[in-house]
Design a protein around this ligand. Structure first.
Ligand code: PEP
Length: 250
């Protein structure tokens, strides 16, 4: 029996406006009821981050960024540094989400540099990895994800806490999910990869599953061996769904 408490992270992506603060308040109010078995975090769009920092302060829901720059400051119009997220009170920052890898050309090397920036700023990077459908169908999923993992974890982070999120690209926003056996196989391989990379710290490193997690499938997915929580997109926009997913970790 491992001692890793489950972590459920909501990735709001480019969704939400001021009206969404009411959802965040409901999540904060519900955090106590799920806190015995799951920690919560929300990664809002930057426009809402300041408000959420206030709304979530001293509640059971942590704040996270969806992305960060590799540098701490400078002439990088439109970017946000890990230090800025830390200054706002964030605990986490997602790096290497497949949408960043696909639409912004982020390579493993860039993801590793962003994870190093997160560690430098005292944040826990949530490092995302995951195979495409073509790679899964070609029987390459384990090899692809193993390669991404090895190349996306910077040496600088090894002694500091971070989180891994396994998100098969074909499961994100599609309503499709891998079977419990496929998730178990991948998470065991990721745990082994972490052991090879960071030794004993691999036993406390949380490995989240992400991709179409909903209240209806969360109980099965969250109880697969080596699954330490969820990275949730669409279902994290509604407090009732988000809290139901956390409840399913019990
Ligand atoms: C995500 O984008 O991280 C994600 C898992 O999205 P969804 O839950 O909507 O599939």
């Amino acid at each position: 029996m491992n001692q890793r408490k489950k972590l459920v992270v909501g990735n709001w992506k480019m969704n939400g406006n001021k009206a969404s603060l009411a959802e965040a308040q409901t999540m904060a109010a519900g955090a106590a009821s799920v806190s015995p078995f799951a920690d919560l975090a929300i990664c809002p769009p930057a426009t809402l981050a300041g408000w959420l920092a206030d709304t979530l302060k001293d509640t059971g829901v942590a704040l996270g960024g969806q992305n960060c720059h590799t540098e701490a400051r400078g002439a990088f119009t439109g970017d946000i540094s890990a230090e800025m997220w830390a200054d706002l009170g964030a605990r986490y920052v997602i790096v290497g989400h497949s949408e960043r890898r696909e639409y912004h050309g982020e390579t493993d090397a860039i993801v590793a540099a962003k994870a190093a920036a997160a560690a430098r700023a005292g944040l826990e990077a949530i490092i995302c990895v995951g195979e495409s459908l073509g790679q899964r169908d070609a029987g390459e999923a384990l090899q692809v994800v193993g390669g991404q993992l090895a190349a996306s974890i910077p040496d600088a982070i090894a002694a500091k806490p971070f989180v891994v999120a396994y998100e098969p690209v074909w499961a994100i926003g599609t309503g499709r999910t891998p079977t419990a056996a496929q998730v178990a196989e991948m998470h065991a391989a990721i745990r082994d990869g972490l052991r090879a990379r960071i030794g004993k710290a691999a036993e406390t490193c949380k490995v989240l599953y992400g991709g179409s997690v909903k209240p209806e499938n969360a109980r099965e997915l969250m109880h697969v061996e080596n699954v330490d929580g969820a990275l949730v997109g669409g279902a994290s926009l509604k407090a009732a769904d988000f809290l139901a997913i956390a409840q399913a970790c019990s």
